[in-house]
Design a protein around this ligand. Structure first.
Ligand code: NDP
Length: 330
């Protein structure tokens, strides 16, 4: 059946300004790293993306190599754009990235202009798009001058193939440098995409949010649920359909008793707040307004809906935050 987006889709989700840019993002965005490759039914992908947009999630995040196989998440998203979301293109913020392993040889990964710009052309081809909203350098390349990497991002914007640029997983120091270079080129850094969760706080130790604030850039936190660990998914063992069971990016070895006891204690705090653990984890990651959005994954509509429910309670008392720190950090 032809998809018609829910009329009330902009009524419930908050949209936060990305740094000092003109662009607002939904407080929760959807990433297509897992669950959108050719290994998953297109209908499930359609159900999840439709429901996301109906709930007000305007931002979908991809990368060249999301799948499996590489490129297939962009291909599938291209199909969904063609069949479902085409009339809504101007209501969507679509991002992609290049930086990790994509094709063989010296031009298929890292941060050269050669790789970034050809990869972006390939991504646009797979998605059937003229432009993406945000194009990212997916990781810092220690062997390519930063001037060349950010110069390629700037070139993508000047060629009309991206509206904004971002960087992912760059240290605070590298971020400051990239932001300075981009400013000189006249293409300001829009956003940084780091990992961040109750269990992974490197951005706090690195001062990244301060650097981004100074640069006027936003922050979109990936894996805020620690790939599912900060949900009720693993509380009673490893379910067969989970990321950990399928030997994907979540190593089941990290689910030791100590870790699980911490997660159970966090689950108790969530219950006291009338939230699921996933909701607590997302609300926590959003507690600093400099975090523009949390970038979640979902393998079902049910998970997506549970996660969006986080927005019902984003406030924390200082006692709650201290208690969370006591369980989540060493
Ligand atoms: P999350 O931490 O949100 O983990 C998502 C997984 O957690 C789901 O696939 C699901 O696991 C489980 N889950 C989600 N919601 C629930 C729920 N309510 N109840 C129970 N289980 C739940 O994020 P991801 O690790 O998926 O990353 C999100 C996005 O961030 C990616 O899609 C990508 O866009 C981006 N990203 C960027 C990176 C970068 O280098 N820039 C690196 C990694 C991610 P299951 O599938 O097992 O059901």
């Amino acid at each position: 059946m032809t998809y018609v987006a829910a009329p009330g889709r902009y009524e419930s989700i908050p949209y936060r300004r990305t740094g000092r840019s003109g662009l607002k993002l939904p407080a929760i965005s959807l990433g297509l790293w897992h669950n959108f490759g050719h290994d998953k039914p297109l209908q499930t992908q359609r159900d999840i993306t439709r429901r996301a947009f109906d709930l007000g999630i305007t931002h979908f995040d991809l990368a060249n190599n999301y799948g499996p196989p590489y490129g297939s998440a962009e291909e599938n998203f291209g199909r969904l754009l063609a069949t479902d979301f085409k009339p809504y293109r101007d209501e969507l913020v679509i991002s992609t990235k290049a930086g990790y392993d994509m094709w063989p040889g010296p031009y298929g990964e890292w941060g050269s202009r050669k790789y970034l710009l050809s990869s972006l052309d390939q991504s646009l081809g797979r998605m059937g798009l003229d432009y993406v909203d945000i194009f990212y350098s997916h990781r810092f390349d220690p062997e390519t001058p930063l001037e060349e990497t950010v110069g390629a991002l700037d070139a993508a914007v000047r060629a009309g193939k991206a509206l904004y640029v971002g960087i992912s997983s760059y240290s605070s120091e590298r971020t400051a440098e990239a932001a300075r270079l981009l400013r000189e080129l006249g293409t300001p850094l829009l956003i940084h995409q780091p990992s961040y969760s109750m269990l992974n706080r490197w951005i706090e130790e690195d001062g990244l949010l301060d650097t981004l604030e100074e640069a006027g850039a936003g922050c979109i936190a990936f894996s805020p649920l620690a790939q599912g660990l900060l949900t009720d998914k693993y509380l009673k063992g490893v379910p067969a359909d989970s990321r950990a069971a399928q030997g994907k990016s979540l190593d089941p070895g990290t689910l030791d008793e100590n870790r699980l006891n911490r997660v159970r204690a966090l689950n108790d705090i969530a219950a006291r707040r009338g939230q699921s653990l996933a909701q607590l984890a997302l609300a926590w990651a959003l507690r600093d307004s400099r975090v523009t959005s949390v970038l979640i994954g979902a393998s079902s509509v049910k998970q997506l809906e549970d996660n969006v429910g986080a927005l019902g309670n984003l406030d924390f008392s200082s006692e709650e935050l201290t208690e969370i720190d006591g369980h989540a950090t060493d």
